[in-house]
Ligand binder design. Structure first.
Ligand code: ADP
Ligand code: MG
Length: 686
């Protein structure tokens, strides 16, 4: 149960003055549902304004506060034209206050001719004229702007303004209670951090590094603590020791010898499964590193020991692919493998459910459907979760709750994650790394091409398709606005369809699942030759005949993501090519990213470099796997503060594993506040 002290913070935003259904929408778009979300909606940056007495004192581009006397209003010449209010300073210098659209109505009222007004905004130049476009503030008295020399700038969505959101944040902060201290006193002293409530206030008021650090630390500490609680409770759970005798694995006829990394990982997994405490292990390995056979060996160990194994895939298509692959590989063993997805209905489904219940089905592959309440196993011993990063920890916990004895869990991810972040995201697990690729892989030829050479690029795609091979064309999600992004992808699709006709399919995240699956299936079957997609193809589809991937505005993607996308090709025997199309305005970081992509295909190295580059402070338009676990802490803060947060969390658990002491109680408050309460749940269930 959430501690009562947090109730005010968990009230919905419409309990605030001035928030009705109309304002709720744009707030929700920003993920702001409750007061706590507003309180944690920290400014992106601050504007610092200079008070100047005349325009000569101010430089172009500068944020200023100045007293001006209104001289004249000039109405817009056309509907879309600007509405200008000319005003002069003490010395008679003229400056235009420029308004577009509806804002001009306000200007008519607030800026009467002949009157003096205090104006805040950014001074720039339009032709010969100085101007301030949409002043941030206009006040009658200087006192009206006295407190406005430094102001927060918040992330907005359509329908919100800075003053509006600032007002709501202020209301939320007013309702925020003081909370008991959960940080170790020694750490607090040494860092000279403010208390939680003060830190929150300060962080909204001005650049305040130590306040921001404290809030970031809270998040890292909460996360570390929750993960350690899961780990602790897992150790206490009853699992079953599964020791295979090798009689099934011995029958496998793999067409290749296992790599050293595969053998090592299998060894680690077998060691874990032999223990009574349930395994919690993450298998990390780049696309193509050969995770599937490792999973198969683990599942066969379970079956040899008389238990069942289930493999969970994030999508229907992936589930089907795994099913086909595993059935072929495992054929010599005679093990009964079934596929169960949300699509299976009626008698087919009934018979699978029976098979799982009576144990005649030994391995099941599927989507979430395999964990529905109606699905019961005779003895589920191992759960394999593919593409781990699609699931949060709380979901992982739900999965393993199935069955009287907790099954062993093997999670697999193809996202190479830097070591520091692995701990932050998967701290409850042990890690095996497939850091060696199967031999004989041809490197993917990677080229960077300017976007304006579109005609050549399309001609290249055409030549490639004529050889009978297939290609991906990836459109970016960059605008933080689904509609515009989708429009861009649809426009590209239309253009390519014009050229290639029915050979082209479009796949994106907004499609109904049936439409998306149908398009994917056409491509997998080789019926469609070119797939235009947004990043939904990042995970999954294995089409060995696809040998070309074109990525538009590649500089906008993070390295880890580019690497994933590139990994969609190069799975067959033909030489694969990756074309990175870069836009005209490319930043230094963007340039470095593309250069690195050309230089290496080592996913782990790219992940580390990615962290390095992004740690440099560049904000990306796209969210990526790697830092989604955190909303408050920046990458730089994660790298700097995480070790301390981990130590602190460990210390607390060692001393007070039940979180019963005063500090333990305070830590519970934190876990609820930052929604890591799945950590607390384990205290009761474990
Ligand atoms: P992942 O799931 O890690 O992306 P897969 O398990 O799909 O990779 O393996 C990619 C390809 O490599 C498959 O065709 C698989 O049969 C092959 N493969 C796996 N292990 C080896 C190995 N040791 N030697 C050669 N080929 C391998
Ligand atoms: Mg795989």
């Amino acid at each position: 149960m959430r501690p009562d002290i947090l109730n005010p913070l968990f009230a919905e935003t419409d309990s605030l003055e001035g928030v009705g259904p109309k304002l709720k929408k744009p707030l929700e778009k920003l993920g702001l549902m409750r007061l706590r979300d507003l309180a944690y909606h920290l400014p992106e940056r601050f504007v610092t304004r200079h008070a100047v007495s005349d325009l000569d004192e101010a430089g172009e581009g500068e944020q200023i506060v100045i007293a001006l006397t209104v001289v004249e209003h000039r109405a817009a010449r056309s509907n879309r034209g600007p509405y200008r209010v000319l005003a002069q300073d003490e010395k008679g210098n003229i400056c235009a206050l420029t308004y577009f659209g509806r804002a001009s109505y306000t200007a008519k009222k607030t800026l009467p001719v002949g009157e003096k007004r205090w104006v805040a905004g950014r001074l720039d130049r339009f032709g010969e004229m100085l101007q301030i476009v949409h002043p941030d503030h206009v006040a009658k008295e200087s006192s009206g702007l006295a407190g406005r020399l430094v102001e927060p700038v918040y992330r907005l969505s359509e329908g919100l303004t800075q003053p509006r959101i600032a007002g709501l944040v202020a209301q939320a902060l007013e309702k925020a209670p003081e909370l008991p201290e959960w940080i170790e006193p020694g750490v607090l002293d040494q860092q000279k951090w403010p208390a939680w409530h003060d830190a929150l206030m300060l962080a909204h008021k001005a650049e305040h590094a130590s306040a921001r650090d404290r809030l970031a630390y809270d998040e890292l500490f909460a996360n570390a603590l929750a993960l350690m609680l899961v780990r602790q409770s897992n150790r206490k759970r009853r699992g079953q020791s599964l020791q295979g005798d090798g009689h099934l694995r011995g029958k496998l006829q793999l067409p290749f010898p296992l790599t050293g990394a595969q053998q090592r990982s299998i060894g680690e997994i077998i060691g874990d499964m032999a223990q009574e405490a349930p395994m919690l292990r993450l298998l990390q390995g780049d696309v193509g590193a050969g995770k599937t056979v490792v999973a198969l060996e683990a599942m066969l160990v379970a079956v040899e020991a008389g238990a069942q194994a289930a493999m969970l895939a994030p999508t229907e298509i992936l589930a089907r692919q795994h099913y086909e692959t595993l059935r072929k590989l495992a054929a010599p063993t005679g093990v009964e493998i079934a596929l169960l997805t949300g699509r299976d209905k009626g008698r087919g489904r009934e018979s699978i459910l029976m098979g799982l219940l009576d144990g005649s089905i030994q391995i099941v592959i599927g989507t979430h459907a395999i964990f529905q309440d109606t699905v019961n196993y005779r003895n589920l011993g191992l759960v394999v979760i593919d593409e781990q990063h699609r699931f949060g920890v709380s979901q992982r916990l739900l999965l393993t709750g199935k069955g009287k004895v907790t099954p062993h869990t093997l999670s697999m991810t193809a996202t190479p994650i830097p070591r520091t972040l692995v701990l932050a995201q998967y701290g409850e697990m042990d890690v095996s790394r497939l850091d060696e690729m199967p031999p004989g892989r041809k490197p993917i030829v990677t080229r960077v091409v300017a976007l304006d050479r579109m005609e050549e690029i399309v001609a290249g795609v055409e030549r490639q398709l004529q050889t009978g091979q297939q290609a991906f064309w990836v459109c970016p999600m960059v605008h933080d606005n689904e509609e515009t992004d989708l429009a861009a992808a649809e426009a590209r699709y239309a253009a390519l369809k014009h050229r290639f006709g029915d050979d082209v399919v479009l796949v994106h995240g907004q499609q109904p699942p049936e439409v998306k699956d149908a398009a994917m299936e056409r491509f997998v079957a080789g019926d469609a030759k070119l797939m235009v997609a947004t990043t939904v193809i990042e995970v999954g589809v294995d089409v060995p005949n696809a040998t070309l991937v074109v990525i538009e505005q590649a500089e906008r993607f993070g390295l880890a993501q580019l690497h994933q996308l590139r990994g969609r090709v190069g799975r067959g025997s033909e030489q694969a090519v990756c074309l990175l199309l870069r836009g005209e305005q490319i930043s230094e970081t963007g340039r470095k990213r593309l250069a690195l992509m050309r230089e290496t295909q080592d996913g782990f190295r790219l992940a580390e470099e990615d962290l390095e580059l992004r740690g440099g402070g560049e904000l990306l338009g796209t969210r990526q796997s790697g830092d989604e676990a955190f909303n408050i802490a920046t990458l730089e803060q994660i790298t700097r503060l995480l070790p301390m947060a981990n130590d602190d969390a460990k210390l607390l658990i060692d001393r007070d594993g039940g979180l019963d002491s005063n500090r333990g109680q305070a830590a519970r408050v934190l876990l609820y506040l930052l929604e890591r309460d799945w950590g607390v749940q384990t205290l009761r269930s474990g």
